[in-house]
Ligand binder design. Structure first.
Ligand SMILES: [Zn+2]
Length: 338
C-alpha cells in the first residue's frame, strides 16, 4: 500500500510501505475513510525536530475496523471508529482522571497518512458510531480525532463558562477549533487574534464575536481596550512560541485560566511576571479521548461542522504538496483522500 514517510527537512514522500498487521492482541487495523496533515507534522517537516530515522507520518484518523486482535472486545470489524492521536487504555489512574493523553500505557499514533493503520490499545482508544455515518460527515468526524479535540481541550482547560470573555491566540486550525469550542461552551464573547482575512472569516463563522489583527504589545492593548481594561476570563494559547505565550498571559485578567495547547518551542517564562499575573495554566497534549463521545455526537447531530477547517483536499499521492501548502500558509489544513 501507499504510506507517508518523512525522511528529513522538506523531504516527505508517498511511497510503497508494508501493510500494517496485528502485533499485539489489543490492536485493531482500520481502513481509513480519510486522513489529514496536522500543524504539528510541520515541526519535523521544517527541520525543527530532529529526524533520526524515517518517520511514518499521520496521527489523525477515522475509518472502518478491518480486523481486531484476540483481546479486543469493544469494537468489531465493520464498525466506523474515531480514535485520538494519543493511544490510551482508558482504565489507568490518569485515564480515569480524564487525562488519557498521559496514560500509563501512552503511545503516540503514527502511520495514519495511509489507507490502513494499526491502532494499539483499541478498546481504550477507539470510539465507534452507532451506525455507518453519511459520507459528508467524514471530514468533521476526522477533525474530532485531534484538531477539534485539541481546540476543545484548550477551551476546557481555560475553563470557558457561559458568558465568559475568551481570547484565542493563534489562527491556525487548532485556534479556529478553539473558537468553535468556546462558542459551543456558551462564551459571551470570543475574541480571535488573527491577521489573515480567510482565517478571520472562518473564525467569525465558527462563532468569534471580535477579531483583533494586532499582535504583541499592540494586540494586548487592543484586548484591554475591548474589555474595559480588565482582560479575558479565559485565554486559549494555540501557537506555542514565546511571543504567543507572553501575549496569552498578558491578555488574561487576574484569576483567569490559560489553556495552552501549542507545542512550546523555545518558550521561557519569567517567574516574577507569571507570579504577579495571577493566572492559572493548564495545557499539554489534549486528552481527546475524554471529549470524543461528546464531539462525535455533536457532529452526528449536525450541531457543529468542524470539517470546514479543511480548505484543501488532495489525494494521498500528493501528500508532499499538502505539507508545502500548509508550511507556506496557503492552506489552513489539508485533508487527504485515501
Ligand atoms: Zn491509561
Amino acid at each position: 500500500m501507499l504510506g507517508t514517510i518523512l525522511y528529513g527537512p522538506r523531504d516527505v514522500r508517498c511511497e510503497e510501505v508494508p501493510e500494517p498487521k496485528i502485533v499485539n492482541p489489543t490492536d485493531a487495523i482500520i481502513r481509513l475513510s480519510a486522513t489529514c496533515i496536522c500543524g504539528s507534522d510541520l515541526w519535523p517537516f521544517r527541520g525543527l525536530n530532529d529526524v533520526k530515522s524515517p518517520l511514518a507520518m499521520g496521527h489523525e484518523y477515522c475509518g472502518i475496523v478491518e480486523e481486531v486482535g484476540s483481546a479486543v472486545t469493544t469494537v468489531r470489524p465493520g464498525q466506523f471508529v474515531v480514535g485520538s492521536f494519543c493511544i490510551s487504555d482508558n482504565t489507568c489512574p490518569h485515564c480515569r482522571f480524564g487525562f488519557q493523553s498521559s496514560c500509563q500505557q501512552r503511545e503516540f499514533m503514527t502511520g495514519a497518512q495511509a489507507p490502513l493503520a494499526r491502532v494499539p490499545l483499541a478498546d481504550g482508544t477507539l470510539v465507534a458510531t452507532p451506525e455507518l455515518p453519511p459520507g459528508d460527515l467524514i471530514p468533521s468526524l476526522l477533525a474530532t480525532s485531534d484538531v477539534l479535540g485539541t481546540g476543545w481541550y484548550s477551551a476546557d482547560a481555560a475553563r470557558v463558562r457561559p458568558g465568559s470573555t475568551v481570547v484565542v491566540v493563534g489562527d491556525g486550525a487548532v485556534g479556529l477549533m478553539g473558537v468553535l469550542a468556546a462558542n459551543q461552551m456558551g462564551a459571551g464573547r470570543v475574541i480571535a487574534m488573527s491577521r489573515h482575512k480567510t482565517r478571520q472569516d472562518l473564525a467569525l463563522e465558527f462563532g468569534a464575536t471580535d477579531i483583533v489583527s494586532e499582535r504583541g504589545d499592540k494586540g494586548v492593548a487592543r484586548i484591554k481596550e475591548l474589555t474595559k481594561g480588565i482582560g479575558a476570563d479565559s485565554v486559549l494559547e494555540c501557537v506555542g512560541t514565546r511571543e504567543s505565550m507572553t501575549q496569552a498571559i498578558q491578555c488574561a485578567r487576574p484569576g483567569a485560566m490559560i489553556g495552552y495547547v501549542g507545542v512550546p518551542h523555545g518558550v521561557e517564562l519569567d517567574g516574577q511576571a507569571l507570579f504577579f499575573s495571577q493566572t492559572g495554566m493548564l495545557g499539554g497534549p489534549a486528552p481527546v479521548r475524554r471529549f470524543l463521545p461528546h464531539l462525535m455526537d455533536l457532529v452526528l447531530g449536525r450541531k457543529i461542522e468542524p470539517g470546514k477547517v479543511f480548505d484543501l483536499t488532495l489525494p494521498l499521492a500528493d501528500v508532499a504538496e499538502g505539507y508545502r501548502a500548509m508550511d507556506e500558509r496557503r492552506a489552513i489544513k489539508t485533508l487527504l483522500r485515501v
